[in-house]
Design a binder for this molecule. Structure first.
Ligand code: AMP
Length: 208
């Protein structure tokens, strides 16, 4: 199954993508994670992407498209994948069609007011990528990853100011993709203002 998870920052794309990985045994392709790794490794791409990311802006299309194209060519994507955070612009969506097909687009629909609270409370593991939330999904031991014991961090772009910029970027550049995929009859809207379990159950229903 080839799935796109669409939604504003803080809508729960990463959390649900990880649950889908477990259920369907297909990889999560998170462009945010790939870019953060490139920044950490100080690659050419990472150095170029960093200033856009810390400003809450989108990294230029051509850089991200190449990244995804290379990743989808890997053998583990043969039976499907979950795209988390890509595409984020109409250009990216159009280019994606040049190198793969998509079965379904899940749109996680959240009230904008809830988004800042969700993102600033998020705590991420810099080692294994697990994601927690101080209020909604706290780790067993405060500040420590349940999965690998690493100290959790607040992502640089999860501060209130940058989150607001990311939400604006989402509204301007990414939200038009809802209509784009609706017209292609690929879109399923999920009310993501509810509990983790309710949201995930609806996603599974949509996928089946
Ligand atoms: P995320 O972890 O998906 O919220 O992504 C973090 C940041 O990485 C975004 O705010 C962008 O700066 C950048 N980024 C991730 N995915 C894309 C994409 N598809 N296109 C452009 N920039 C992206």
């Amino acid at each position: 199954m080839k799935i796109i998870l669409l939604g504003a920052p803080g809508a729960g794309k990463g959390t649900n993508a990880k649950k889908l990985v477990e259920k369907y045994n297909i990889p999560q392709i998170s462009t945010g994670d790939l870019l953060r790794k490139a920044v950490k490794d100080r690659t050419k791409l990472g150095i170029e992407a960093e200033s856009y990311m810390t400003a809450g802006k989108l990294v230029p299309d051509d850089l991200v498209i190449n990244l995804v194209r290379e990743r989808l060519n890997k053998p583990d994507c043969k039976n499907g994948f979950i795209l988390d955070g890509f595409p984020r612009t109409t250009t990216q969506a159009e280019k994606l069609e040049d190198f793969t097909t998509i079965d379904i687009v899940i749109n996680l629909d959240v009230d904008t007011q809830a988004l800042v609270r969700r993102s600033v409370g998020r705590r991420s593991c810099p080692n294994c990528g697990s994601v927690f939330h101080v209020e909604f999904n706290p780790p067993k031991k405060e500040g420590i990853c349940d999965n690998c014991g690493t100290k959790l961090i607040l992502r640089k772009d999860d501060t209130a100011e940058t989150v607001k910029a990311r939400i604006e970027t989402y509204k301007e550049k990414t939200a038009p993709l809802i209509e784009y995929y609706n017209e292609k009859k690929l879109l399923r809207n999920i009310d993501a203002n509810r509990s983790f379990d309710e949201i995930f159950n609806d996603i599974i229903t949509a996928l089946s």
